[in-house]
Design a protein around this ligand. Sequence first.
Ligand SMILES: [Mg+2]
Length: 285
Amino acid sequence: MKRGYLIDMDGVIYRGGEPIPGAAEFVKRLLRENIPFLFLTNNSQRTRRDVAMKLSRMGIPVGESHIFTCAMATARYLAKRSPHGTAFVIGEGGLLMALHRNGYAVVDKSPDYVVVGEGRTVNLEMLETAVQMILDGAKLIATNLDPNCPTRHGTRPGCGATVAYLETATGCRAMSMGKPSPIMMRAARKELGLATSETIMVGDTLETDILGGVQMGYRTILVLTGTSQRADLAKCAYGPDRVMESVAELADPALDLLQAVDAGDATEDSVHDMDAWCRATSSTT
Ligand SMILES: [Mg+2]
C-alpha cells in the first residue's frame, strides 16, 4: 500500500534550533525508501527555500519541494478564491513572497484582504490601519491561529495573538488557513498526490497537528518531544492513532514505515462506481 508522511517541524524534527536525535535518520530513510513526505509549518515568516536551508544546515538534507508553509496555503487559497487580488500584509518575507508568487499585489490602501502572519515588524500603526481597513470591508485572513511561539529565549506572541487583537477591535472573525485548518491539511495531501487513507500526519501538538489530521481522516502519530505530553491525551475528545517518544522510533529499521499505523478507511477516498454507491446508500436509508 502507498503511504506518505506530513511532518510538523518544531518539536518533532528540531527544538530550540537543535535537531532532535533520530530526525535526520528518519528523513534519510524516507528519501532512501522513496516514501513521499512534506514538512508542514505554521510559521509564515520564512520562504520554503529558507526553511529547506535551515534544515540542511542541521544535517537534514531536503529540498524546497519538501516544504509546505501556511503562507503558501494562504496565498494559493486566495489566488483561487479571488485571482489577482490585493492584500495589506502584517507579516514577513515568506508571506509576501507567497502572495506575490500567486498573483497578489501588496497594497496599503483599500485591500481586498488583510492577511496576518507572524513576525517582528508588527506595530500599533499597522494594527490601526488594519482595523480601519477591516471596518471598511476588507476580509480578515489569518495564516494561522497559534497563540504563541517557543523561541530559544522563551515564548513570544504568535500570529493568533495579533489576529485576536484585530478580531476584538473590529468584531469580525478571521478565516484561518494554517493547521488545523482543512485548507492547509488538504492542500498538503494533494501536493503529495496521496489519498486520505494513505496520509500519515506526525506532530507534537494535539490542538493543531493531531486535530488537523483527525478532522481530515488521516492517520496520526503524536511524538512527545514537543508541546503535548501523555497527560494531555486524557483532556482531549480526540487523539492520535499512535504515540511515540520521538521520531527516532520512525528511524528504527525494525519498524515498517508503511505499516507504522493501520491503514485508514479507503472507502472514504473516492467513489469509483456511482451505480454501486447509489445501490449501497439506497439500501441503508
Ligand atoms: Mg510543532
